[in-house]
Design a protein around this ligand. Sequence first.
Ligand code: MLT
Length: 267
Amino acid sequence: MSVKAIQVNNTSIHVDLLGSGPSLMLVHGFPLDRTMWADVTNVLAQSFQLVIPDLPGFGASPLPPWPLTPANYAQTLALLLTELKITSPIAICGLSMGGYIALEFWHQHPQRLNALILTNTKASADSPDARDNREQAAQKVLANGTTDLARSMPEKLLSEKSLAQSPELKVRISEMIEHQSPESIAAASRGMAQRHDFTDRLDNISIPTLVIAGEDDKLIPLDESKRMDHMIPNASMKLISAAGHLSPLEQPTVFTQTVSQFLSSHA
Ligand code: MLT
């Protein structure tokens, strides 16, 4: 594995590169970092060249001097690929906030993608109430730090089955959240509130698309996943049993099989 810190867009991005084959970029969710992909990378790296960034502000990538909107993240990831000399089309897989970023990436650079994997995510924007909640969450984490969030969020992210059967996973997620910077969490929360609504543009997505949903995802209504599957012309959907919002961590074997089959059938 090669680990790099790449300078782009007035910031530094920590990125893991491993495996060989067609390129696949994995974009983590909120408020997590690249280590959330650890359980799926070894298998996927047998068939793909994986590009796994810590989004600016998270993990080992410092907070950049720009708003952490999905649009800014997508623009920065495109610059990252250019810097890495990956110029032919790639597949992108984004989980939740990573999915908002993947949709933005498609919107900004459709010619740079050959496949889209939208996992535990949605195309719609926040309602006014959801935006207010984001602002309150931002103020809370700035005032109190990450401890409360680290304690409360795993219950929402994980399925009831994972919570009952994988206490170590709950601890791992909790620690991942606790180690993020409050400023970055607040900035990404505010950034997600400003994201675009892609619902009306889904029918313009012409590349093969896989929608992955967790049967027990408490944050993404199943109807949102089904709507993406119905509206994107070349889409298929996989509903993963006994998974909540973090399907690559909760059901890594099913996740890697689903992603590998999808990408190899569209190679
Ligand atoms: C995520 O997992 O990235 C978040 O749940 C996304 C969100 O808060 O909308």
